[in-house]
Write a protein that binds this ligand. Structure first.
Ligand SMILES: Cc1ncc(C[n+]2csc(CCOP(=O)(O)OP(=O)(O)O)c2C)c(N)n1
Ligand SMILES: [Mg+2]
Length: 283
């Protein structure tokens, strides 16, 4: 099989992000233009004079990947090209926070763009600062755990729901722990028109601080504990992709990662209850 995201990039061993990008591009194929917001992905893949990209690639600012992608689509269509897909890869810092205004505009105009956010739950490239995506209780350099705070004090921003409120044709959540599900969502989104959004959980070895051989296991456990829900919202219709027969305790997931190591049993219970409530609301 031809690869469009080559080995030899400089991501950490076990990083979830190149796994996300490589598998998405294998499904999308050659006829794409990638727009990539400033992030770990840009740094590890495009240090001049080397490049990991086997497809055309534009690095955008942190805040404007939505606008660059919309411009690329407009330019292609004016040239009579209605087949090349424009795909954004962006991190959570860009998607949830700093690029959100421009992304919201892209969604509201229903620009013909597939936007894939690899969510590693913090600003990792600059050394693990908290983002709107960082989960409750996680320690980062700007939400440290100490005597007063137990890591981040706020809950994760429900970005997929906020995106879905723009009434675009397709919104989905995925995890690299369930690769066939992720790939089938990319395949479906590929052939749709208008704005499509896929949010993928992509563990970060250094920021989450776990054994680098456990990336896929962790990405699977996030789903199996119910903390990361897999679903699609297609033309406004919600469809759950997978419901674990029996949820594993959230502690199984939290205890594998040093970013949660300070949490008390009481705080873990709070997270368990929050997860139970999220599932009750989803139903
Ligand atoms: C407007 C702006 N603010 C801050 C930065 C510095 N910066 C570069 S990458 C980055 C972190 C990106 O976080 P995320 O989007 O989650 O991607 P990750 O690095 O985690 O892959 C930051 C803060 C920047 N480039 N532009
Ligand atoms: Mg990030």
């Amino acid at each position: 099989m031809e690869e469009y995201f080559a080995s030899g990039h400089t991501a950490c061993a076990g990083c979830g992000m190149p796994i996300t990008v490589r598998h998405a591009l294998n499904v999308l194929g050659k006829d794409v233009i990638v727009v990539n917001a400033t992030s770990c992905l840009e740094i590890v893949s495009s240090a001049y004079p080397r490049s990991a990209w086997g497809v055309p690639y534009i690095h955008s600012l942190f805040e404007n990947s939505g606008a660059i992608a919309a411009g690329a689509v407009a330019s292609l269509r004016v040239q009579g090209n209605d087949h090349t897909k424009v795909v954004v890869f962006a991190g959570d810092g860009s998607t949830y926070d700093i690029g959100f205004g421009v992304l919201s505009g892209m969604l509201e105009r229903n620009d013909d763009v597939l936007y894939i956010c690899y969510d590693n739950e913090a600003y990792m490239n600059t050394g693990n600062q908290r983002s709107g995506s960082t989960p409750f209780g996680a320690a980062t350099t700007t939400s440290p755990a100490g005597k007063v705070n137990h890591g981040k004090m706020q809950w994760k921003k429900p970005i997929a729901e906020i995106i879905a409120a723009h009434q675009i044709p397709y919104v989905a959540t995925a995890s690299i722990g369930y690769m066939a599900d992720f790939e089938s969502k990319v395949r479906k989104a590929k052939d749709m028109k208008g704005a499509r959004f896929i949010l993928t959980l992509a563990p970060c070895v250094t920021g989450w601080n776990y054994d680098s051989s456990k990336t896929i296991e962790l990405a699977k456990l996030a789903v199996d504990t119910g903390l990361w829900m897999l679903y699609e919202i297609e033309d406004g219709k919600f469809k759950l992709s997978l419901r674990p027969q029996q949820f594993k305790p959230v502690a199984d997931y939290l205890k594998m990662q040093a970013r949660f190591k300070h949490l008390s049993e009481e705080q873990i219970k709070t997270i368990q209850e929050h997860m139970n409530k999220a599932w009750a609301e989803m139903k």
